[in-house]
Design a binder for this molecule. Structure first.
Ligand SMILES: Cc1ncc(COP(=O)(O)O)c(C=O)c1O
Length: 400
């Protein structure tokens, strides 16, 4: 049955733009009317390898014809293969597989609580951050630092202490004389919160604090991980290790997947019966993860993300740096935020009309998260499409 409204029977959870996706190739997407878009969003940091990648697609087709799902009653060799790789790349020790970012974070929060209970802490508390985004389950939205997302879903899960980013005195003060603290939980670069990076100094100071106080350092790399910043995991720029690292989004290059990677301090927390999921670690998602990483290595995509990311940032700085209303460019590699001095939500629809996919987050930040395969000439197309739109928008809209 077809209806005129393409979302007539869907729950009304998304404010969708007037575009109906047909297919994609590389960093381009086409709608059902045949119009082409430059995709600078990659499904919100999911399509690491772009669309219809010539190495990924045959591998997935092969996997579909072999086996897509069994279940976790049995050994699944591809789980071991992907876990080996994640352990090697992170310097951590064990992995649990699930299906999405919030699931990975939910598992991390359970781990932190059990870490506390195992030490005799009855009411464990976890430090979280202003403007954080960790997902939309009840626990992860409670950890999220955005009142709009929490509104209407109380009572929230208790046991979180909220602090500002990059302020070591603030976390010292908020946790002083509190024996119930078990973990610190944050994104290395906040994504939904507006592309806000933790400084390398702050990351190192938090690592030290966690070591001194026997807390878990839990780093949500769901959006900023898997090569997006030019290292496998964004916190590696600070030369530190996490104890718990949730992953998702880009790990499967479009196939739903989540993972929680644990270091030695956290790897033994979960025991049989403590946690599980039906779909987690299914062979299709595992193959997508194994192939995504293999292709990233083969094609030098970390180096590409760094190079093309710097190229884009330089171009925007050059073209927009002097424009009234432009504040700054933040981010690293192909995780870029262009901060304006006013709300700029309408730019998302205007970009769409111009043939460019991007998002606006935290009201005033234009967010670019293209495939890690994007090259300089494709980046030039992004700049050529976006710069005039931003200039026009700033010239014709009022400052907040
Ligand atoms: C940092 C971070 N954590 C968690 C999530 C939630 O992931 P998912 O939407 O897969 O549940 C997101 C999604 O945007 C995210 O950016």
């Amino acid at each position: 049955m077809s209806t005129a409204d393409p979302a007539a029977h869907l729950m009304n959870t998304y404010g969708r733009l007037p575009m109906t996706v047909s297919h994609g190739q590389g960093v381009y997407v086409w709608d059902t009317s045949g119009k082409r878009y430059v995709d600078a969003l990659a499904g919100i940091a999911v399509n690491t390898l772009g669309h219809n990648h010539p190495k990924l697609v045959p591998a997935l087709q092969d996997q579909v014809s072999k086996i897509m799902h069994s279940c976790n009653y049995y050994h699944i060799p591809l789980q071991q293969q992907l876990a080996d790789k994640l352990v090697e790349l992170s310097g951590m020790s064990n992995v649990f597989f699930c299906n999405s970012g919030l699931e990975a974070n939910e598992a991390a929060l359970k781990m932190a609580r059990k870490f506390g209970h195992d030490k005799g802490i009855e009411k464990p508390e976890i430090v979280v951050y202003d403007k954080a985004f960790h997902g939309r389950s009840i626990a992860t939205l409670s950890a999220t630092g955005n009142a709009k997302i929490q509104q209407g879903f109380g009572p929230l899960v208790e046991g979180f202490i909220r602090v500002p980013m990059n302020d070591i005195a603030a976390i010292e003060k908020a946790t002083a004389h509190n024996p119930n603290v078990v973990a610190v939980f944050f994104e290395t670069i906040q994504g939904e919160g507006g592309i806000n990076p933790m400084s390398a100094d702050y990351l190192r100071a938090i690592r030290k604090l966690c070591d001194e106080r026997d807390w878990l350092l839990m780093i949500d790399e769901v959006q900023c991980g898997i090569g997006r910043t030019g290292k496998w995991f964004a916190h590696q720029w600070a030369g530190i290790h996490a104890d718990v690292m949730p992953l998702a989004k880009g790990l499967g290059s479009g196939v739903p997947i989540g993972a929680v990677v644990a270091g030695p301090k956290a790897a033994g927390i979960f025991q049989p019966g403590n946690h599980g999921t039906t779909f987690g670690g299914n062979p299709l998602a595992m193959r997508a993860g194994v192939e995504t990483i293999r292709i990233m290595e083969e094609d030098g995509l970390l180096e590409n993300a760094s190079r093309v990311g710097a190229y884009l940032k330089n171009a925007f700085q050059r073209e927009l740096g002097h424009v009234l209303g432009f504040k700054e460019i933040r981010g690293n590699g192909l995780m870029i935020g262009i901060d304006l001095d006013r709300p700029c939500g309408p730019l998302m629809g205007q970009a769409l009309q111009a043939g460019l996919l991007l998002s606006v987050t935290a009201d005033s930040v234009i967010r670019l998260l293209p495939a890690l395969t994007m090259n300089e000439s494709e980046a030039d197309e992004v700049v050529a499409l976006l710069v005039p739109l931003v200039k026009e928008f700033l010239a014709t809209s009022a400052k907040a």
